[in-house]
Design a protein around this ligand. Structure first.
Ligand code: CU
Length: 428
């Protein structure tokens, strides 16, 4: 049947083995956690229409599991509630659906131990490609996948979390791009396509390339309608960006992380006013001209008047013990916090009365950002993570289509998720 409906479709099988590895990271030998002995994990690639199977083998000494972040798949197959015992295997299967071309990633999701497992190295990128990737100008762009994942090494091991880290969210002193500190990447002149994943547990990246506009063509697991030209782009944990740079002449381009204040303590201490270097692109070759794509993906305008429910989710925290909450509740695996009807549209207000930002992630169902503090979103996009700035309210609209089942929503500062900032939604 598949061969008839999707002539080019394939069945792909990937194996990911979580294990301890000794790697040299930024010149330091350290015991880290890896998928397939690689930090970050290998790039998984599929085409729209492919049937994808990911066999996850847990060779850690503790339970873990795998979340295919952002993939539009049945909650039954996402199964983030299920943990994989040491020495056992669990298979995750999905169809890379039409229209799902975009940037994704994978990471552990075993509640209570997500932060440490990810911080110690467990994350990896995944791309689904579609028709737009196969035509110009994207077909001949130079593509670089950049996984941003910070870490901290002490005495040959990943540095432990200390008390305050669970509140603020720990930022490692080694800010790595594909496991390397400040790599230099040679690229030919032409269109440069950066596919960036913020795979850090807590660190935000405000991206900029001095002298260049960032032409954003996609966010999270979707293209935009047309390129959006910006000077800087904020990526909170879990978010992805698909960015074109017009690298038309031989030059040196610097991808910077610029200061951003996500807590009352101010920007990260290691991010100076002029920005911290993430990676350098050595552009080589003859001067040429490039064209940006004009029309990408049509994104429907959601008719909010048809919304069948309006929910409010409010972030909070308690001290002693330190817990983070949504609607005054800490996460309980067995409790259903919210419910929604399949094939309906809902509007949610995510209210953050706190002095620090929190990135909100919903599994399975992509949503659109409607407004921030009442200001309409500047353009339409399908998202699966949205940053909710301090003392702000973000309004999103979620079409609950195709699937039913139990899905999770949570803060993607993983410390907060692990200490309670997560809930269960049942779509009926
Ligand atoms: Cu948070």
């Amino acid at each position: 049947m598949n061969a008839l409906t999707n002539p080019g479709s394939k069945t792909l099988q990937f194996d990911l083995t979580a294990r301890k590895s000794i790697l040299t990271i930024a010149g330091q030998k350290a015991e880290v956690l890896t998928y397939n002995n690689s930090f970050p994990g290998p790039l998984l690639e599929a085409q729209e229409g492919d049937q994808v199977m990911v066999r996850f083998h847990n060779q850690l000494q503790v339970p873990s599991n795998l979340h295919l972040h952002g993939i539009f798949m049945s909650p039954e197959d996402d199964k983030p509630h299920e943990v994989v015992a040491p020495g056992t295997t669990l298979t995750y299967a999905f169809e890379a659906q039409a229209g799902s071309a975009g940037m994704y990633w994978y990471h552990p999701h075993a509640h209570g131990s997500v932060t440490r497992q990810l911080f110690e190295g467990l994350s990896g990128p995944m791309i689904i490609r579609g028709p737009l990737d196969r035509i110009e100008p994207l077909a001949s762009a130079t593509e670089k996948v950049l996984v941003l994942h910070d870490i901290q090494i002490e005495n040959g091991k990943v540095a432990p979390h200390e008390g305050m880290d669970w509140g603020r969210g720990k930022e490692g002193n080694l800010v790595l791009v594909n496991g390397e500190s400040r790599p230099t990447l040679p690229i030919p002149t032409g269109l440069l396509r950066l596919r960036i994943v913020n795979a850090s547990a807590a660190r935000y990246y405000k991206l900029g390339v001095p002298g260049k506009k960032l032409q954003v063509i996609g966010l999270d697991g979707s293209f935009l309608e047309q390129p959006v030209s910006v000077d800087t782009l904020l990526l909170s944990p879990g978010e992805r960006a698909d960015i074109l740079l017009e690298a038309t002449e031989a030059s040196t381009l610097s991808l910077l992380n610029l200061p951003y204040k996500r807590t009352p303590m101010g920007p990260s201490q290691d991010t100076p006013v002029e920005g911290a270097l993430l990676a350098t692109f050595e552009v080589q070759g003859d001067t040429n001209t490039v064209h940006l794509p004009e029309k990408l993906l049509e994104i429907p305008e959601l008719n909010l008047a048809t919304a069948t429910d309006h929910k409010t989710l409010t972030f909070g925290a308690t001290m002693q013990p330190l817990q983070f909450t949504i609607n005054n509740k800490v996460f309980d695996h067995h409790r259903t916090d919210l419910s929604a009807r399949a094939d309906t549209l809902e509007v949610w207000d995510i209210v953050n009365p706190m002095g620090m930002d929190h990135p909100f992630h919903l599994h399975t169902f992509p949503f659109q950002l409607i407004s921030l503090n009442g200001e309409p979103a500047p353009f339409r996009a399908w998202k699966d993570v949205v940053n909710v700035p301090a003392n702000s309210t973000v309004r999103i609209a979620i079409p609950f289509r195709k699937y039913t089942g139990k899905v999770m929503y949570h803060c993607h500062i993983l410390e907060h998720e692990d200490v309670g900032m997560m809930g269960n939604l049942e779509v009926l």
